[in-house]
Design a protein around this ligand. Sequence first.
Ligand SMILES: CC(C)(COP(=O)(O)OP(=O)(O)OC[C@H]1O[C@@H](n2cnc3c(N)ncnc32)[C@H](O)[C@@H]1OP(=O)(O)O)[C@@H](O)C(=O)NCCC(=O)NCCS
Length: 165
Amino acid sequence: MPIIHVFPGSSISIGRDVCLISRSFATALGVNHPVVLRTLRSIAQIRIGDRVGISGGSICAAQCVEIGDDTMLGANVTIADTDFHSLSPCRRSGHTDASIAVERVIIGKRVFIGTNSIILKGVSIGDNSVIGAGSVVTRSIPANAIAAGNPCRIIRALTAQEMAL
Ligand SMILES: CC(C)(COP(=O)(O)OP(=O)(O)OC[C@H]1O[C@@H](n2cnc3c(N)ncnc32)[C@H](O)[C@@H]1OP(=O)(O)O)[C@@H](O)C(=O)NCCC(=O)NCCS
């Protein structure tokens, strides 16, 4: 079973035919922990579209994390729209300080995110794009691109042939 924590007043919506894999026997690479879906504030939203696949990753929203239809998250992907702690040393221990950076994350439709990738606050990933395994995505990636690395950079566009298949 996934771990789902809904902060009072916040919302988590999950579309039709979504597959949340929380145990290693059900996915090729195995998972490090059950799927975690967690909202952190009353205004927060997590919106997961139809037919999305998630294997053992974590999605945390202080504001909004949206995942489009038919997107696949490889094993152990982390997505968060917040830094969780203030950069200011004297305020760092709290979780609700106004100085904590929060910016929504929007993942498009038919996106494929490689295993162990981390998607940080403020990132949008356009429809159809591929994020390589182990990437740390700090800036937005346009549609129809292959991007990878730390920090994640565009490698190339999907070819017409790849788009057609
Ligand atoms: C991103 C990916 C699809 C690219 O595949 P590809 O088009 O065959 O790309 P190539 O292997 O030709 O690599 C192209 C360049 O990108 C780099 N690259 C590829 N994947 C990378 C990654 N994950 N991180 C950093 N760089 C990467 C290569 O080093 C190469 O760089 P170079 O041109 O300087 O030599 C693939 O490498 C990948 O990461 N697949 C994800 C697999 C996965 O996690 N599946 C989910 C399982 S649950």
